[in-house]
Every structure is written in C-alpha cells, then in structure tokens.
Design a protein around this ligand. Structure first.
Ligand SMILES: [Zn+2]
Length: 451
C-alpha cells in the first residue's frame, strides 16, 4: 500500500508535469489571407496575417513581420476574406423533424404540430446521439464553430456530445448545452397517452410547477453540467416561477434563455429578468425598450422568414391546392411582419444576436447548410450585412457570455476562423459557402487547396 507521504509526493510530480505540459505552446501556424473582417468595428485588415499557437490566436497583423517562428506551418488562402468562426445562438442538434402531411396533423393532433417533437422523445437515445453527432459535424463543416443547443436532446444528449467533442472523440463545434428544457405541464405534451406521459416527459423536459419545483429543475440541469438554462414560456409559467428559475440559475452562474413569442410571454420573461429572449417575434416597441434598459438580449430566429415551410415540405409532400394557397398567403404575412420586426429592433437599440432554431430536415441540404441558409436571411429581411455578421459572431459571443473566447480574431481568443472567396459585406450569401474552417487551431476544411 502506498503511504500518504508517498501519495502526495507522487501527486506533486503529476501536477508539476501537467503544468509543464500546459506551458508547452503547441504547434505554430500562420494563416495568410487577402482580408480579415473585424465584425465589431467593420474594419478590414488587408492583407491579413494571423499567427496561431496551439489552439489560440497569438498575433494579428498586416504583414509577415508579426514574427514567424522557425518551423511554423503556413496556410495561404490567397485573396480570401477571413472572419471569426460563426456562432449559432439557438439550435437543436438532436431534432430532425420531417413535416407530416397536413391531414395527419389535423386528424390526429388537433392541428397542432407536435408529433415531430414528441417522436424524437420515443426514439432510441443511441440513434439520436448519432444523428446529433452528424448534425454537429455538418454545422462545423459549414463554418459554425460554436453553438448554443437549447433543448430537445434527451436527458444528457447535448452535455455528453459537448464533452465528447471537447475530448476529441468527435468533430464538432463548441457546444453550450442547456440540458433538459424547463416547461409547464401541458406544453408540448397535449397528444401523449396520459398513462405514459409523465415517464416520457422526464426523458426530455423538466416541469416547472411552483417556485420550489422551478428551482429543483435548475439544480437537476446543474447536476448534468448544463452550461445554461432554457425555459419555454407560453403564457403558462408565472413571473414568480420564472423569477425562481432565474435566481437559482444566476446563483449557479448560469444564464437563462427564455423562449417567448407572444407579447404576454415576452413580458413575463422581461419581468423575471431573463438573460435572453428567444424568438421574441411579437415584441412591442415598449418591450424592446425595456429589454434594452435591462440588458436582455433578443435572440432573433428568422427560420420561417421566406416561405421556409414550403421549402422543406414541398419536396416530400404534395400540398392540396387550398392548403398551398393558404401557405402562400401565410408566408407573405410572416415575411412582412418579420421585416417590420427587424426594422423596429434596429431602431430600438436593443442588443441582439441570432440563431437558426434549426430542427428540421431540409431536403437537399446538410444541417450546416440549412442553418447557414437561415442565419443569412436577416439581411433579406432588411438588416445591413455587417449587423447580420455581428449577430452570428461578436454579438452572439456576448449573448453567450463568451466574448473573452470567441466572436473575434484577436490575441488570446480561440483560433476559430472561417474564410470565404468573396466579400460577405457585399454578398452575405458568401457565408453559405464557407471554404475554409479552422477550430482550435486545427483545419476542419480547406477548399482553397487545389486537389
Ligand atoms: Zn428552438
């Protein structure tokens, strides 16, 4: 048996060698490109040299005089434009919903579109994990180097996927995982067999019913090492209950993201002191003002802007003429309302970021392509390109509380970079065709190298 003294001596040796290991800087790489866009200022560095040591940015400059240590690897991206790695502030890696025929929704589900969300719960957790890993890899390949996963991942799907990626077992973005989503009884569950619903519910959600249970739900997610708390407010959780969630989460140093779409739910989220309001589609000007005053982020999700439902439904479902016509006019209304929201948000001065809310199977696109196709839509909805880029880089980093790690290319931050061929300020859709991706100083994708 080892003596206590020997044990501590051994522990010291282990600690010391671990420190030595931590001090070794790791491989040095120089990335050269025609331009580097800083989303915070809009400044463009031409040409751009980014020196990377290990997984961090060491120096950034406009000439190779930034100091190139012997043996450094050089990656020359020609005239490409470099940007910080992209951030999706709201996604669901463990959902892959296929739109059911309308008739089925109407006949079996009271017209509510819940079955896609519910079916995911009863699927094999192993299958979901593997599909989540695929979605994560596809996000990264499209330049999304950080995501906030906000629920619908089983009990521990997103926290485990995060850890597997961080341990190098899988390739994927940095994940901030919310663990199980906090909901009120009834929400999402209206079509479940009541005899089974409680058991099924706990596979995916935590109930908020009273302030004690609200605090307990936060603690259960803390136990699973969640990075933040996600609550769905559908005018069914009281200000007192949501305040209890926020207080407990803040006590545990976690932020709270509240799904709120209608005016009443948005007000509850504001009054309870949420850190971010997800979607916020019906926010009034007065509410945007209150959010600005309380420093609450608005996380815009332009998912359904631009007839998205038709794009994902039509390749697999023949819509009857009346439903087709109904969808066309609904899409036009959604588009007009969203354009108004974007204008009001810009005018209000509220802090905002964006998320794809991607949870759908988009025929013909990978998960990453579907997410990026959504994130660039804010420009079509009337937002200047630089603000759109900020909302998925520097502003998103602030919303996550990770502004010291990601969202800009500067010394000390993680070496997460993307590059596109053209100028994303002139053509935002360049971001749908990212040609170079680096995460943690490692190249994930480089289409600039000719085969
Ligand atoms: Zn969502």
């Amino acid at each position: 048996m080892i003596s206590i003294a020997k044990f501590y001596a051994l522990a010291l040796v282990v600690l010391f060698s671990a420190q030595l290991h931590a001090q070794s800087p790791g491989p040095v790489t120089l990335v050269k490109a025609g331009r580097l866009l800083d989303p915070r200022t809009g400044n463009v560095l031409t040409p751009a040299f980014v020196l990377i040591e290990g997984n961090k940015v060491k120096r950034v400059g406009s000439s190779s005089q930034i100091g190139l240590p012997a043996g450094a690897k050089i990656i020359d991206l020609g005239s490409a434009t470099l940007l910080p790695g992209l951030i999706d502030g709201h996604t669901h890696l463990f959902l892959d919903i296929i739109i059911p025929p309308k008739a089925e929704s109407l006949r079996h589900n009271n017209g509510e579109f819940a079955p896609g969300l519910l079916l995911a719960i009863v699927e094999s957790p192993t299958k979901r994990s593997l599909m989540g890993a695929q979605a994560a890899r596809e996000d990264l390949q499209s330049g999304i180097t950080t995501v906030r996963n906000l629920g619908h991942s089983g009990i521990d799907g997103d926290t485990e996927l995060r850890d597997a990626i961080n341990a190098g077992r899988l390739v994927g973005p940095r994940i901030l995982a919310s663990g199980r989503k906090l909901i009120a009884q009834g929400s999402y569950l209206q079509n479940l067999n009541p005899a089974l619903s409680d058991a099924i519910l706990r596979q995916e959600f935590l109930l908020v019913h009273g302030t004690d249970q609200a605090r307990q739900a936060v603690r259960e997610n803390v136990f699973q090492n969640a990075d933040l708390i996600k609550v769905t407010e559908g005018d069914d959780i009281s200000v007192a209950e949501l305040t209890a969630v926020v207080e407990e989460a803040h006590r545990q140093q976690l932020k709270v993201a509240v799904h709120a779409g209608d005016t009443v739910s948005i007000q509850t989220a504001i009054d309870a002191g949420a850190d971010s309001i997800e979607h916020g589609n019906d926010a009034t000007d007065e509410q945007l003002k209150q959010m600005k005053e309380k420093s609450i982020f608005l996380d815009l999700t332009p998912t359904f802007y631009d007839a998205f439902f038709m794009k994902i439904a039509e390749p697999s479902i023949v819509l009857p003429p009346d439903i087709h016509a109904e969808e066309v006019s609904r899409a036009a209304r959604v588009k007009a309302r969203y354009e108004q929201l974007v204008q009001r948000v810009m005018k209000s001065g509220v802090r905002f970021a964006e998320g794809s809310d991607m949870c759908w199977f988009f025929p013909g696109k990978t998960r990453g392509e579907a997410s990026m196709n959504t994130l660039v839509k804010l420009h079509a909805a009337g937002m200047p390109a630089l603000d759109v880029i900020r909302s998925m880089t520097s502003s998103a980093a602030e919303m996550l509380g990770w502004q010291d790690r990601v969202g800009a290319v500067e010394p000390g931050k993680f070496a997460d970079l993307v590059a596109v061929s053209g100028n994303p300020l002139a053509d935002i859709t360049e971001l749908e065709h990212v040609r170079f991706v680096m995460k943690d100083g490692r190249v994930v994708r480089n289409d600039f190298i000719k085969p």
